[in-house]
Design a protein around this ligand. Structure first.
Ligand SMILES: C[S@@+](CC[C@H](N)C(=O)[O-])C[C@H]1O[C@@H](n2cnc3c(N)ncnc32)[C@H](O)[C@@H]1O
Length: 455
């Protein structure tokens, strides 16, 4: 890999004696691959041992490992693992979302931090995962669906639009900002190709806009976690210095071993040395910066939206759908324990988390858990429901083999006997999706758009 000359000159100046080791790590060392295990899935550790690579622990997150899990594998399809390079896992670890909190992941696609935050919430509270670009928001939504937590909403808005709906709403906001990506040079050739001497400066302008919107959505006293995957001081220490000059925040200490710290000569603000940096020549993984800040703002009056005006809990199901829903939910006892409201949008039935304000005006990919599609006299259960945590409880299960799973994800009909009607197909203990059992064959309900040739 050839580093751009202005990049070399800049970091020679900034890093001095450390620069040669930094350049060597960037150009000579291979990127490190990792993944996280979704411990809330049935028999997660045992299934990893059976179907995954050797579990070599990774730093900075729980249930995190060094190694590679392919996208077309069983564990990935069933939402048991999320592939993520190890140092990127540090951001959600720092956020440490607590069950019951309202959390926003503002720049969320493809969903590395979102899935980790969802695991931390354990299904309690609300996680809004937002992505500005529709194609990326769709991928985010698919990853959230596989991961299986019902209390995650996926929106597709510019931060400026989103902030109108959530004034002072969230306990925690993660801003994993779009950045110049210098920390990804050895993993992502596009980041290297696109880099120019003024890229950090350009990125900083956008980061300020995004941060201003994040501030508007944070509750007074709430926490903001800011991160980038770049080394550029303009986007890191200097960005935090700007933020603290504009808004009342205090930088919090981050209690983690084996990390470097932010440098006060690159951004002057009280506590800047409490921010953290991961360097490729000092740590396992790619380059990262992260800061945790607590809002010092006084609570200001927020105009409360009138209840009953939105499209969520406030618009009840019509009588016919209500009847179908009541019958349907009996088959899935875990649905009854969810703190969520059924909402019919078009022919799709969703369970919208109770904490979610009105959906009116919000562009979303997923307003909660997709229960199914309402047809004339029935509800056809969704793929998301099969992968939702504990969906297997109470629903009829039909075990299939690994070769049958390969047929299933390719869209084929399976010859398997068992209970008639809707069944959740499982490989070992792993729920993989719905099928409909009719006289010895299982009709395939794996979503058409997701079908693939498995490895
Ligand atoms: C570093 S990536 C996020 C990675 C993600 N948090 C994860 O862990 O998988 C930054 C994201 O910000 C999005 N983005 C780009 N421009 C944006 C803008 N103006 N406002 C908000 N997000 C933006 C990008 O599309 C990208 O998905």
């Amino acid at each position: 890999m050839q580093l751009p000359t202005p990049f070399i000159e800049k970091y020679q100046r900034l890093l001095g004696e450390e620069a040669p080791a930094f350049f060597t790590a960037l150009t000579d060392n291979q990127p490190v691959k990792g993944f996280r295990l979704n411990v809330a899935k049935p028999h997660a550790q045992a299934m990893l041992a059976k179907y995954g690579p050797a579990a070599v622990p990774a730093p900075y997150a729980e249930a995190a490992y060094i190694g590679e899990v392919k996208g077309r594998s069983l564990l990935h399809q069933a939402g048991y693992v999320y592939s993520q390079e190890p140092s990127a896992m540090i951001v959600a670890t720092i956020a440490a979302a607590q069950p019951g909190e309202r959390v926003l992941d503002l720049c969320a696609a493809p969903g590395g931090k979102t899935t980790q935050l969802a695991s931390q919430l354990q299904g309690k509270g609300l996680l809004v995962a937002n992505e500005i670009f529709p194609k990326r928001a769709k991928i985010l939504s698919e990853n959230v669906e596989r991961w299986g937590f019902p209390n995650v909403v996926v929106t597709n808005q510019a931060p400026q639009e989103l902030s109108r709906h959530f004034p002072q709403f969230f306990d925690k906001i993660v801003v994993d900002a779009p950045c110049s990506g210098e920390g990804m040079f050895r993993k992502d050739p596009v980041a290297l190709e696109e880099w120019q001497a003024d890229t950090p400066e350009q990125c900083a302008i956008r980061q300020k806009d995004i941060l201003a919107q994040a501030v508007a959505m944070l509750k007074p006293g709430g926490q903001l976690i800011y991160s980038t995957c770049t080394f550029a001081p303009e986007e890191n220490e200097a960005m935090m210095a700007w933020l603290m000059e504009e808004y009342p925040f205090a930088i919090e200490a981050i209690d983690l071993d084996n990390v470097s710290h932010g440098r006060s000569e690159w951004g002057e603000a009280p506590g800047i040395e409490k921010t953290i940096r991961l360097w490729p020549h000092l740590n396992q993984g790619e380059g990262h910066f992260a800061a945790k800040l607590t809002s010092q703002a006084e609570a200001a009056p927020v105009k409360k939206k009138k209840k009953g005006k939105g499209a969520t809990a406030k618009s009840p199901l019509d009588a016919a759908t209500q009847k179908l829903w009541q019958a349907f939910r009996k088959g899935f006892p875990f649905l009854q324990a969810l703190n969520a409201t059924p909402q019919l949008l078009g022919e799709n039935l969703w369970l919208v988390p109770e904490e979610m304000p009105s959906l009116k005006g919000i562009k979303f990919m997923r307003p909660g858990l997709h229960v199914g599609v309402v047809k004339k006299n029935r509800i056809e259960p969704s793929y998301a429901l099969a992968l939702a945590i504990h969906a297997e409880e109470g629903a009829p299960i039909v075990p299939i083999t690994l070769p049958q799973w390969q047929q299933y994800v390719a869209g084929e009909t399976l010859s398997v006997s068992g209970n008639a009607g809707w069944v959740i197909l499982t490989v070992d203990e792993i729920p993989v999706g719905f099928g409909k059992q009719v006289q010895g064959t299982v009709k395939n309900f794996f979503p058409k758009g997701l079908r693939f040739k498995a490895i």
